[in-house]
Structure formats: structure tokens, C-alpha cells
Write a protein that binds this ligand. Structure first.
Ligand code: RBV
Length: 384
């Protein structure tokens, strides 16, 4: 059966294939798993719908799933994170994929629904939008589904809330909560890729800047550590007392966003919460302040508030919008407040995604094998 797809430009496939080949050379764990499971094909007969950033690393995961016998249908999990050359390479290589860079929110859900037409037996999520759409609009598909996996902190939170409220209808494995995921991907992956995104969008000097990190969870910690490594004066804002204390003992200044807003040069949110930077902060920011987010959703920086203070907006360079405020100050918003590491750069480096995606791969095999034996809940990844 020919694969169905919608991507930006199929002609980009050769460039995408080179990037995937490069990623593959940095992902030895998935390479070994591919070798091992392409013989036994434990995913034979499984139909996997995936909703995860379309990057070169994700493409390596997709190839590994296919080698293990699965059929795959894919969409991106963020309107700005799809790399069009990678999507083209996957489509050209026979994967059903619906993803292009810069889609609107309506198109985003259209893509997810297209992947569901394929009637999955397993789902793979990053942020829980696929599972959520399935539970809301395609309950008819649930009897076919053995289980699913979730990649990220925000998605695991959403799914635990669904499970607690009795709304979850099939078992989930919380890939994010594996030590070999959060302790590496969330810290070192986010730290490096977020700085990478900021640099590609601005090319500014980090040394000597007041670099404000909102949130001192694993992701915030990674950002703070790497900004400090580049010579920034790091300031952490944090509402959870123990996390704030950790930031202090790690050597960072800790204060409220209301105070940090007045002195920050670069702001990054990594909280998973909404309205972390709002009007009351924009009002006091320095002329030239750079603002971005690395959390899963674009709700951490209140863009409506920023717009309400602005008299004009212009795209000054790629992924960098200059807001001119009515009082003449400029604030630069990166990647429209979406995750700066995936929208303005290429996401986490391949080496950490190798660990995260090995967990994804093994969890899906676990779901396929355990089938109906798993209880309907959010499970930790089995240690083995
Ligand atoms: N993430 N994926 C990539 N290069 O494919 N980079 C980051 C990539 C994932 C990461 O695991 C994190 O939990 C999630 O994106 C946030 O949406």
C-alpha cells in the first residue's frame, strides 16, 4: 500500500537523508537495538501512530521502529519544530507522515487526525496531544489500542491528571520519568539546545549578560548551568521553595520575576506553567531584552500582553521578532514563544536523544508484548 503523506517539499529528501545519516552515527544505542530487533521483529503487526518533533533523531527512531516490524504514521508535536527536509526524507522512504514547518493550530490537529485514520494499535506522544485528540474525537479506536508512551514532563502531567480523573482509557508508559531520560535529555539536552536556539536566533554574546532562567526543574537547571558556562550572570526565578534553595546552593542568584524583569538581558522560561512572563514584567524590562521559552507549550510567555504594549512588530531575523513598545523600548521575542531549542535550532543533540528514544523503543515493545495485561494507568518504565 503506498504511504500517504503531506510535507512541505519532497525534493528536500536528499538533504534530510544526509542529516539522518549523521544523527545515526551519533546514536549507537538505537543502532544496536535496530540490529537486534530487525531479526526477531517484535513489532510485527503493530501500527504505531506517533506525534513527536520531526527531527533527524526522531527519523532514526522511526527507522528503528520500522526495522522491528512496525508500520508507522507520524505527525509533528509542535507547529514550529518540524524540519522539512527530515519530513521529506521520511515520506520518500515510505513513512506516512503529515508534518511541515510553520503550520497553524488547525492544521496541527488535522495532521494528528490523519495519523489516526491509520487505526493505530500503539501510540507515541510528546505532550499528549495525540492521546488527547484520540480520547476526545476518536474513542471508536480505543478498543484496538494496546498502550502508548509519553516523552515529556508536560505530557506525563496531563496523563496523570487524566488517569486520576478516570478519563484515561488505555495504559501509558511514562518514558520521561526514566532516569536515562530525564536525568540526561531534560538537563543536558535542554541546556545545550536552548542556548543553541538563542544563539541561532540572536548571535549575541552571552558572557556578562544577566541571564534569567524561570524554573529550576531539570530543564531550567540545564539552561542555568550552560549559560553560566558561557560566562553569563545567571538569575533563577522559582516558586517552589526547595527548588529555589537548590538554585541558590548551586551558586545562582534567586529572586522573583518582578525583580528579575528590571535587570535581565535574556529571559528563558522552563516551568511548564502558564503566564510566567506577563504585562507586569514586560513593563519594566530593559530596552533590548531578549525573551524566549523552552517549555513544551507556548503559554509561559504571555504574548497577548506583549502585543498589547506594542505599537509595531517586525521580524528582524529568523525566529526573532522585534516588538517596539509604545514608550519606544524594544523587546525581542524568539520563536514566537514556542520551544526555542526546537523552533530556532535542531532540538537536543543526537547523543541524548539516543538514550530517550531507546526508552521509547523498548517501551513500545513492552506494550506490544504485555498487551492487555497492563492496567489502565500511567506506568513507570520497567527498570530492565
Ligand atoms: N526533544 N526531541 C528532540 N532532537 O528530536 N529534542 C528534544 C529531538 C524532545 C525532548 O525529549 C523533550 O522531552 C521534548 O522534546 C519536549 O517537547
Amino acid at each position: 500500500m503506498p504511504n500517504k503523506y503531506k510535507v512541505a517539499d519532497l525534493k528536500l529528501a536528499p538533504a534530510g537523508r544526509l542529516k539522518i545519516e549523521w544523527a545515526e552515527s551519533r546514536m549507537p544505542v538505537l543502532g544496536l537495538l535496530k540490529q537486534k530487533y530487525s531479526r526477531t521483529k517484535p513489532l510485527k503487526g503493530q501500527r504505531i501512530a506517533g506525534c513527536l518533533h520531526v527531527t533527524k533523531e526522531t527519523a532514526v527512531l522511526v527507522h528503528t521502529l520500522v526495522a522491528a516490524g512496525a508500520q508507522v504514521s507520524w505527525s509533528g508535536c509542535n507547529p514550529l519544530s518540524t524540519q522539512d527536509d527530515i519530513a521529506a526524507a521520511l515520506a520518500a522512504d515510505g513513512v506516512s507522515i503529515y508534518a511541515w514547518h510553520g503550520m497553524n493550530v488547525k492544521e496541527f490537529y488535522w495532521c494528528i487526525e490523519k495519523t489516526l485514520e491509520f487505526k493505530p494499535t500503539l501510540t507515541l506522544d510528546d505532550g499528549a496531544d495525540l492521546i488527547n485528540t484520540l480520547h476526545k474525537r476518536r474513542q471508536d479506536l480505543i478498543p484496538n489500542i494496546l498502550g502508548g508512551t509519553e516523552e515529556t514532563t508536560t505530557g506525563v502531567h496531563r496523563l496523570r491528571a487524566m488517569a486520576a480523573g478516570g478519563a484515561l482509557k488505555y495504559p501509558i508508559i511514562a518514558v520521561n520519568d526514566a532516569e536515562t531520560k530525564w536525568d540526561f535529555d531534560n538537563v543536558y539536552g535542554t541546556g545545550q539546545s536552548s542556548i543553541d536556539g538563542i544563539l541561532r536566533a540572536t548571535s549575541i554574546l552571552i558572557a556578562g549578560k544577566n541571564f534569567v532562567v524561570a524554573g529550576y526543574g531539570h530543564c531550567g537547571k540545564g539552561c542555568a548551568m550552560r549559560a553560566a558556562g558561557l560566562g553569563a550572570n545567571v538569575i533563577v526565578t522559582e516558586v517552589k521553595p526547595t527548588a529555589a534553595l537548590k538554585a541558590l546552593l548551586d551558586g545562582f542568584r534567586v529572586m522573583t520575576m518582578t525583580r528579575a524583569a528590571r535587570i535581565g538581558d535574556i529571559f528563558i522560561t522552563a516551568t511548564g506553567m502558564k503566564d510566567v512572563i506577563t504585562k507586569k514584567h514586560f513593563q519594566f524590562m530593559k530596552d533590548g531584552a531578549v525573551v524566549c521559552n523552552t517549555g513544551h507549550y507556548d503559554c509561559e510567555v504571555n504574548i497577548k500582553d506583549l502585543k498589547s504594549l506594542a505599537k509595531s512588530v517586525k521580524e528582524i531575523r529568523s525566529n526573532n521578532q522585534q516588538y517596539t513598545l509604545k514608550d519606544g523600548r524594544h523587546i525581542f521575542l524568539l520563536a514566537q514563544g514556542r520551544l526555542v531549542n526546537l523552533a530556532a535550532a535542531e532540538g537536543h543533540p543526537s547523543e541524548v536523544m539516543d538514550m530517550s528514544f531507546a526508552n521509547q523503543f523498548l517501551s513500545l515493545i513492552h506494550c506490544a508484548k504485555e498487551g492487555r495485561k497492563l492496567t489502565i494507568d500511567v506506568h513507570d518504565i520497567p527498570p530492565e
